[in-house]
Design a protein around this ligand. Structure first.
Ligand code: PMT
Length: 408
């Protein structure tokens, strides 16, 4: 694999030497790209001696028969920035391209891993947090810093993660790259809207961010993706989009897309009930609403599924979170249920972040601490890929033993 190792100007640049050595030892072709500030911390000769390629001088150099500022990014399979200073993160988030490292970041379509390193005050500054949120939303992977000794004798949060952690994370990420190639993944997203009259609807707080993040991650991993969404968010590039409004629309769209799919992920917050008789004219006065249940799309998919198809449900809960989700997993007959406690800060509806527990019909439990919805998406897809490889059969057995239990 061709890896660009970007090194920016912080004291942690000395640890980038170890990152370089470990990547080369793992058999990868590493090109170090140093910013001017990085060269003040670590000598170019050190990286040149360790890496597979010499350190390119800058933007204007020829590189492998082309120009360095585009060729490096185009040919990279993975880009790792260690350390990533506050300045580099800001310039990457802003889309600047005035040196070799920032130009490479703008050009590349390979996975990018950034490893922030800075003083605690900078790490805690809202500008840094916002830049990181922007990058995460775009699919950049962040290896968070640790607490410990910093430059100048200070101590606190902001010390770059250890080289072994960075290398393990980066290599695991790149292994995901094409692991869904050849598969068709259907994802639902957003809250449905159930008409009361032409003016009013019953809906919920779902923004569609989590479902869109799953669709984006699946496409990045090589899947053909159909996104059935009620959200007004810009859909990710390269996915087929079906816009829906109500539970009935979503039911029809999923029913059309699911039979041939390898994976269906129901991240949408589908209404459980709707007005029984929506009226054609605007209501005046206080209406008496009569509600009826909507069809359970997910349970229907489980009934009709073909062998090997992987089904993923979500559960938005506020109490007895894991127990309720486990019962849902069994009752609906799916392979995985992703449960989020939507009463917790930063979790669930409309946030850019989420914290979930992924329960498997095989008894597996994977906890994903608070992180971006994009990173949650990748961990869910890791679980999906494992089931595609092993053949998903546990869910059917679990459902058959629980099918008489009734709950929401
Ligand atoms: O969209 P965001 O703002 O990013 O927020 C994300 C989220 C909180 C919406 C998401 O993480 C989530 O939890 N989605 C599922 C919400 C939900 O409806 O949960 P539920 O427990 O009511 O439903 C369980 C499962 O059955 C879900 O997979 C749901 O899609 C499915 N369902 C529900 C009702 C119905 N009639 N048919 C269904 O298929």
């Amino acid at each position: 694999m061709r890896i660009v190792l970007g090194v920016s100007g912080g004291i942690a640049a000395y640890k980038a030497v170890e990152v370089c050595r470990r990547l080369v030892d793992a058999g990868h072709q590493v090109t170090p790209v140093l910013t001017d500030a990085a060269r003040r911390f670590v000598g170019e000769a050190t990286f040149s001696a360790l890496a597979s390629d010499p350190v390119p001088e800058g933007l204007w150099q020829r590189w492998e028969g082309g120009i360095a500022h585009t060729r490096l990014g185009q040919r990279a399979d993975l880009v790792v920035i260690a350390p990533a200073t506050a300045d580099v993160l800001a310039r990457y988030a802003a889309g600047m391209a005035d040196d070799l490292l920032s130009a490479t970041l703008l050009v590349t379509r390979a996975p990018v891993v950034v490893c922030p390193a800075m003083h605690t005050e900078m790490w805690e500054h809202p500008a840094v947090a916002e830049n990181l949120a922007t990058l995460r939303r775009r699919g950049v992977h962040v290896v968070p810093p640790e607490s410990g000794k910093l430059a100048g004798g200070d101590e606190g949060a902001g010390r770059m993660a250890e080289p072994a952690t960075i290398v393990a994370t980066a290599l695991a990420l790149s292994a995901r790259r094409h692991d869904l190639a050849g598969t068709h993944v259907v994802v639902s997203a957003g809250g449905t809207r159930e008409a009361i009259d032409p003016v009013r609807v019953i809906t919920n707080r779902s923004s569609g961010k989590q479902g869109h993040a799953i669709a984006e991650a699946a496409a990045a991993r090589g899947a053909r993706v159909t996104l059935v969404t009620s959200s007004a968010l810009e859909p990710p590039a390269g996915v087929e989009v079906v816009h829906v409004e109500s539970a009935a629309d979503m039911h029809a769209a999923i029913a059309a897309a699911a039979p041939g799919a390898d994976v269906v992920v129901m991240a949408a917050a589908v209404a459980d009930f709707r007005p029984k008789a929506p009226v054609a004219q605007k209501l005046h006065g206080l209406p008496e609403l009569v509600l009826e249940p909507t069809p359970d799309i997910l349970a229907g998919l489980a009934e009709a599924r073909r062998p090997g198809q992987v089904l993923v449900g979500f559960a938005a809960e506020t109490q007895d979170v894991v127990d309720r989700a486990r019962r849902k997993l069994e009752r609906k007959g799916v392979d995985l249920v992703v449960v989020n406690d939507v009463s917790a800060p930063g979790v669930g509806f409309d946030h850019d972040t989420n914290e979930v527990t992924i329960l498997g019909a095989d008894g597996s439990v994977v906890v994903v601490p608070l992180t971006s919805k994009r990173q949650v998406a990748d961990v869910i897809l890791d679980q999906v890929v494992a089931r595609l490889r092993s053949g998903a059969t546990d869910a059917r057995d679990a459902r058959d033993s629980k099918r008489d239990t009734k709950e929401d």
